[in-house]
Design a protein around this ligand. Structure first.
Ligand code: NAP
Length: 310
């Protein structure tokens, strides 16, 4: 058996603690070697450095770097990792904009390293089956409702409201990542309306209409959801057959039939995919969800709403 790949994880916030660190530690393919953090992090029992540069200079070997910071501070870290010959996994979305994401991909290519723009929701349990269903038909319409309470899911994350923070697109882009797995191709944004708190640079709610292939998809994102979140994606084909994904891709119902669910192993599958990319030397850098968000930003009508205190 091959020795596990040594990982340096950058940015020990909510998703690093909830998913990345436990999954890496339970994995046979990866080993948590370093953390890069502004805080001490004694409970994880691995060396903690204030920067990736410091971790790389510490002398130990690093095979892969996982970047779990907000998107706005990733480029320099990714470029440094590639220069050191590391494979890099970027949490979603890979960068604040498509041009920056392409720069990161190009830096990987020039260094001959693997880059993975990860979209964890594509590994939600019922997404593969939903994609197989969608790939066999002409979809004519769909509806995404992605509503959650920002105070419950993102307490204290001030970066969400700053330039490059994505606002409600931060969870909403998960829905777009599932949609573009089910309906691959290029997307037009036909209209978009953003509600933007007076003290924010990014939207708290988004209403937009997308078009791809034969399908028009109505989208509603809202960060002012009630305690109970709604993460649903519904599609209908040209003869009226329907698909309903709920709970972020964990539950599936076809044509009004019984709801079925699978085991939640999103991040385990994400890391298996990353290991496969490293083994085959391949990059996986699909920017479709980010392109949709960027197109919406370019044409959205912005309505000012009351300030947010997160
Ligand atoms: P978070 O709790 O705010 O953690 C981000 C961490 O990044 C911080 O704790 C900090 O690490 C580091 N950091 C570096 N520069 C920073 C800056 N300028 N501002 C804030 N933090 C900075 O955020 P998160 O929820 O983990 O989200 C991080 C990324 O993962 C986002 O792209 C998000 O879309 C994605 N994600 C989040 C979730 C979720 O459920 N929260 C789920 C899936 C994906 P140190 O404290 O170690 O210095």
């Amino acid at each position: 058996m091959q020795a596990p790949l040594k990982v340096a994880l950058v940015g020990v916030g909510k998703i690093a603690r909830d998913q990345h660190i436990p999954v890496i530690r339970a994995s046979d393919q990866f080993e948590l070697a370093y953390l890069v953090s502004t805080r001490p992090q004694p409970e994880f029992g691995v060396p903690v450095h204030a920067s990736l540069k410091e971790a790389l200079n510490a002398g130990g070997h690093i095979d892969a770097v996982t970047i779990c910071t907000p998107p706005s501070v990733r480029t320099e870290v990714a470029e440094m990792a590639f220069e050191a010959g590391c494979a890099v996994m970027l949490e979603k979305p890979p960068a604040t904009d498509v041009a920056t994401a392409l720069r990161i991909e190009e830096a990987a290519r020039q260094a001959g390293c693997v880059a993975y723009a990860s979209w964890h929701s594509r590994f939600a349990p019922m997404v593969d089956e939903a994609a197989a269903w969608a790939h066999q038909r002409d979809i004519v319409s769909g509806r995404i409702v992605w509503h959650e309470d920002v105070r419950k899911w993102h307490p204290g994350q001030a970066w969400l409201w700053e330039d490059g923070g994505f606002g409600v697109f931060d969870p909403g882009i998960n829905a777009l990542s599932i949609l573009s797995r089910l309906l691959p191709g290029s997307y037009e944004v036909q209209r978009a309306t953003y509600q933007v708190p007076e003290n924010s640079r990014t939207p708290i709610a988004v209403d937009m209409m997308l078009h791809t292939g034969t399908a028009s998809i109505d989208v509603s994102f809202d960060f002012r959801g009630e305690q109970e979140e709604t993460w649903t994606l519904d599609l209908e084909d040209e003869v009226g057959t329907t698909l309903a994904l709920s709970q972020g891709g964990a539950v599936l119902s076809l044509n009004g039939g019984p709801e079925r669910s699978g085991h939640q192993l999103e991040y385990e599958r994400l890391y298996s995919h990353f290991a496969g990319l490293i083994a085959s030397g391949k990059t996986d850098f699909d920017l479709t969800p980010l392109r949709i968000a960027e197109k919406a930003n370019g044409l959205a009508i912005r309505q000012a709403v009351e300030p947010i205190f997160n």
